[in-house]
Every structure is written in C-alpha cells, then in structure tokens.
Design a protein around this ligand. Structure first.
Ligand code: NAD
Ligand code: UPG
Length: 334
C-alpha cells in the first residue's frame, strides 16, 4: 500500500482539477488546492479541502502552503486552455502556462517536493503523421498553447535530472463528461469543446451545433477525436502518483485516451440517442488548425499503471455531461 502523502492540486477549482481533487479525496489522500479563480469556481472545491485563492507564481504563498500542508506532491492543472486565444495572445500563454509553471517548479524544488504531475496535451503533437499517436511521435505544436505546454515538459525533464524530483507528464486527448455522482463538471461559460457545446444545445441553451468541416480525410468527412471521461483521467493521475512514489528514480510521459476515435457526427448521434431528440446541426467550414484525426496509442499507460477505465463508452460520457449540464442550470438559476 502506498503511503498517502499530502498533495497540492493547482487549478483544483477548474474542470479537470476539481475531478482530480475528488479522485484523491475518494482514495483517502490529503489534498489542498491553489487556484486564482480566473476560470474556476470556489464551489467546485469540496468543503473541508484547504483552499488557497492565489496565483501559482506567488512563491511566498506556495512556500507557506508547502509548509502548512506538508505537501509532498504537486498535481499541476492551472493554466490557460483556449487554443484560438493562444494564437491571438501568445504571450498570455507563455506567461500563464510556461513562465508561471517555471515559478511553481522552482518553489517545489526549493521546498524539496519530490513528485510532480503535469497536465500536458495531445496539442503538443500538432498534426501528427501517424494514427494512433504514440508518445514517441514527433512533437510539433501548431499553436502557442501546445508550445507553451511542450516547453513545460522540457522544464520538467531537465529539472528532474538535476534535482531530487520525479515527474509524470500526462498528454490528454479530448477530455469530456462529468463526475458520475454529479459533484462537479465542465462549468466554464462560453466553452468551445464539442460535447459541452452539444450538451448546451440539447438543453436549449444554444440554437444548435456547428459541424466544423465535412471534408476531412475520415470515414464520414468530419473530425475524429479520442474522447476520454474526465473521471477515468482523474483516476489515472492518482495511479501515476502512486507510481512516482514507488519508483522515485523514474519519470513518465504518457498519453491519456481510450485509443478509440469518434467523428463529430458520431458524437452528435450519441447526444441525440441519449436525449431521444435531434439537435440542429449546421455544416460549416473547417476551423483553422484542426487535424483530421487524433487518436491515442495508450499501450504505455496501460503497461505502466494498473489503469482500467470505467467509463470508456461514448453514450455514458454524453449522459454524464448532460446530467451535469442540467445541474449547472439549477446552480446558475437558468
Ligand atoms: N480540457 C481539455 O480537453 C484539456 C486537454 C488537454 C490538456 N488540458 C489541460 O488540463 C488543465 C486543466 O484544464 P481544464 O479544462 O480543467 O481548464 P479550466 O480552465 O477549467 O481549469 C484551469 C484552472 O486553473 C486556474 N488557473 C489558471 N491560471 C492560474 C494561475 N496562474 N494560478 C492559479 N490558478 C490558475 C483557473 O482558475 C481554473 O480553475 C490545463 O492545464 C489544460 O491545459 C485540458
Ligand atoms: O462546436 C464545435 C466544436 C468542435 N467541433 C469539432 O469537434 C472536434 C473536437 O473539437 P474540440 O472539442 O474543440 O476539441 P479539440 O479541438 O480536439 O481540442 C481539445 O483536445 C485537445 C487534445 O486532443 C486539447 O489539447 C485541447 O486543449 C482541447 O481543446 C473537432 O473536430 C472540432 O472541429 C465542431 O465540429 N463543432
């Protein structure tokens, strides 16, 4: 049995971070959160979890949290996540994702924190020439968001080589769904992710869904992605942490996806199936920079961790996303 060490979750009031907090708490790990609430919500952090409202570049605050909570691991979710915004405002991304993460890593090294888990992304691969994508596929990001994350992977690699810290970089594919118990979910207003947008359309919060591109090199011409349930992803973080603790000399970089792709039309069909209704689809031109298909090769994570996904089912992902969307309407009084 792994000794359960206190964990600091950055961005723990956000979508994926709040699921990681629940996964850690459910498994009995002591957990604390730092979040500046730029896109996160205070209510997304469960009662009883120490919450520090602040910025990951604030070294004094981090030193205090590390000492007060006896932190031995960092799970780092805080960051800016909107790809088109990273194209129009690249320096925001190099600041919030890269420079501030450098400050966070420096604070962790100064405090002797031995383990670090990082939210990386399939966006670091850019438009890969192979499918499915292995971790050794060349990383050629096509936008500043992906580059800001790749630079963090490099910082972690070099830091782990020079200091007593090991790390795990998890490259997420398309994260979707919500906590099956309805405790948290994707809550950002104006979100652009397909399943979130389709859920809003299904509940009448939007007029319909635009299908961005019908001439991709895929079976039905629409973009294919590998959708992973956020709770399976959160559990992968807990297992990765156990691995880092058990193997202090090892660092890891792993894709997080199911290795199964669905087209935009297949996703919309799933939403229609689950709601027994039809959302309005508008066929639109491609969005700039969208690859045809992005599917993970997940053999490494499956070989390294005892990770057995519980929610690898598109209809279930959609069902959980819709349940949360309804609850969010109640929370916001919509
Ligand atoms: N959602 C996806 O499909 C996806 C895919 C790949 C990778 N990721 C990565 O996962 C992580 C979490 O993404 P998310 O979808 O939960 O986004 P999110 O916006 O819901 O969560 C980010 C959280 O970080 C906080 N934050 C941002 N900058 C901060 C700072 N400087 N200091 C303190 N807190 C700060 C925000 O308030 C928010 O609560 C991000 O690093 C993102 O790049 C997400
Ligand atoms: O209203 C919409 C939204 C999306 N799409 C399409 O749906 C697919 C998925 O798009 P989206 O949900 O926006 O995700 P991605 O653009 O694939 O990017 C996500 O997944 C990446 C990893 O695969 C992460 O790096 C990014 O942060 C995350 O936004 C793509 O083919 C889009 O063109 C539509 O057709 N209509």
């Amino acid at each position: 049995m792994t000794t359960k060490l206190p964990v600091l979750v950055t961005g723990g009031a956000g979508y994926i971070g709040s699921h990681a907090v629940l996964a850690l708490q459910d498994a009995g790990w002591p957990v604390a959160v730092i979040d500046n609430l730029v896109t996160g919500f205070r209510w997304a952090v469960p009662e009883g979890v120490p919450f520090y409202q602040g910025d990951i570049e604030d070294g004094d605050l981090l030193a205090r949290i590390f000492a007060e909570q006896g932190i031995r691991a960092v799970m780092h979710f805080a960051g800016s996540v909107v790809v088109p915004e990273s194209v129009s405002d690249p320096l925001k991304y190099y600041h919030n994702n890269t420079a501030k993460t450098r400050a966070l890593i420096a604070a962790a090294v100064a405090a002797g924190v031995p383990h670090f888990i990082f939210s990386s992304t399939a966006a670091t691969y850019g438009i890969p020439e192979v499918s499915p994508v292995t971790e050794d596929t060349p990383q050629r990001p096509i936008n500043p968001y992906g580059m800001s994350k790749l630079m963090t992977e490099f910082m972690l690699r070099d830091t782990a080589a020079a200091h007593p810290m090991n790390f795990c970089a998890l490259r997420y594919f398309n994260v979707a769904g919500a906590d099956p118990q309805g405790r948290t979910g994707q809550s950002t207003a104006g979100a652009t992710h397909l399943i979130k947008v389709a859920g809003e359309a299904a509940l009448g919060k939007r007029a319909g869904v635009e299908v961005f591109g019908t001439d991709f090199d895929t079976p039905d011409g629409t973009g294919v992605r590998d959708y992973i349930h956020v709770s399976d992803l959160a559990n992968a973080h807990v297992l990765a942490l156990e691995h880092l603790i058990a193997h202090p000399a090892d660092s890891l970089t792993m894709n997080c996806g199911y290795g199964q792709g669905y087209s935009v039309l297949e996703v919309l069909d799933a939403v229609d199936r689950v709601t027994n209704n039809k959302i309005v689809r508008t066929l639109s031109p491609r969005r700039a920079g969208d690859p045809d298909s992005l599917i993970s090769d997940n053999r490494r994570i499956k070989a390294t961790l005892p990770w057995v996904p519980k929610f690898a089912d598109l209809d279930l992902i959609v069902r959980h996303a819709l349940s949360w969307e309804r609850k969010l309407g109640e929370i916001r009084g919509e």
